[in-house]
Design a protein around this ligand. Sequence first.
Ligand SMILES: [Fe+2]
Length: 152
Amino acid sequence: MFAVPENTVAGADTPPTVHPALIARQYAEDRSRWAHLLRYDPDERYAVLVHHTADQEVWLMSWLPGQRTDPHDHGPATGAFTVVSGELTEHVLRDGRTHTLVAGQSRVFAPGYGHEVRNEGRDPAVSLHVYRGVRTMNSYPRTDPAHLRRAS
Ligand SMILES: [Fe+2]
C-alpha cells in the first residue's frame, strides 16, 4: 500500500476535472449568473460571454426561430452545450445525424467535431455553451437542401 500525495489528486470541484456538460448544466440551473445578459437579436443569433478562466469559457446564446450557425467546428477545443429553454436541432457533419434537444438536454464535442445548430422551433431558444482549450470556430459553406432552397 502506498499513499498518494494530496497535490496529485484533483478534487471533484476542480474546474478542469468537471465535465463541461455538468458545468453547462450548472449554469443553466442558476439563472442569476446570466439572466441579466440575455438578449434576443432579430438579425442574428445572440451570444455573450458569461464567464471565463484561463482554459474555459461559458457563453450564453439566444436563438429566435430560424436562427442558426453555419456548419462549423471548434478546432482543438472540447466542450458541451445545454438547452435552457426552447428547442435546438444539431446536425452532426461527420455522420449526418440530427439531434433535437429540449430544455435540460446537452451535447458534447471533442476536438475537430463539426456541427450545425439551429432553432427550428416556433419559440425562442436559450442555451449555455462551455468551451475548453483554445476556442476557435472554423465555418464551412452550407450545403444542406434547406439552405439551397432558401438561397435560390
Ligand atoms: Fe458549435
